[in-house]
Design a protein. Sequence first.
Length: 239
Amino acid sequence: MHDHTLIVPPSTDDNRQASNVALFLSLFLLVLAFFILLVAISTVEDVKSNAVMDSLTSTFATSQLNVSDPTEYTAKDGDILAGYQFQDQVTSLFATTLQVAKVEIVRPGHFMRVSIPAASMFANEDTELRPVVIPLFDRLVAALSGRPPGLHFDMEFVMGVDYTAAGELPTGQTLAMSRARGVAVELAGRGVPPDAISIGLREGNLDTVSINFYVRDEDEQRFEYLTPVAVPDNPEPRG
């Protein structure tokens, strides 16, 4: 008795699948060989490469300031970025501490103004600072002290006063003058850089405190219009 082995030929579907795999592999190898050939015969043109890089740089660079006198801004890109970062930091400080503060970016990267109701900073028509202001001052001192080499971060604290009938600032001890002096003592006692802050008076709303922040080169003129308020030696901060 003989054993018989039954041989079943592959089905048509199996043959078609094997053919598809072989065809796909052949096309893949052909495309790969084509790109290898392109790379082998290509040459790098520095002029075109530099043109493409310059185009990308100009497209994604920091926005340029729109000013009428371009010679006014001579800071390097790094300095401009430092100015933007400082303004963002100050904006965040007031947004999280004094929500009633109005922040205005006058010159992006260079000058900003913060307006605060005097009642939100001083208690009961007095010179006493409200407790919420103390941590704000600490953070402002840290921000003003974190300036990079070659730049100044400057702060002008301005109290509004009524002019006299002769059109002059009052010479007597007024509430606005006492408040400005108190702020100077507080900031100086908390370690603010002496050349980074100016406290003064000008004609304006008595119920509003204005704080101006500047980013300047070291040799740029500072504090043009403020009437200075004397700060005693060895000031003692409150709180």
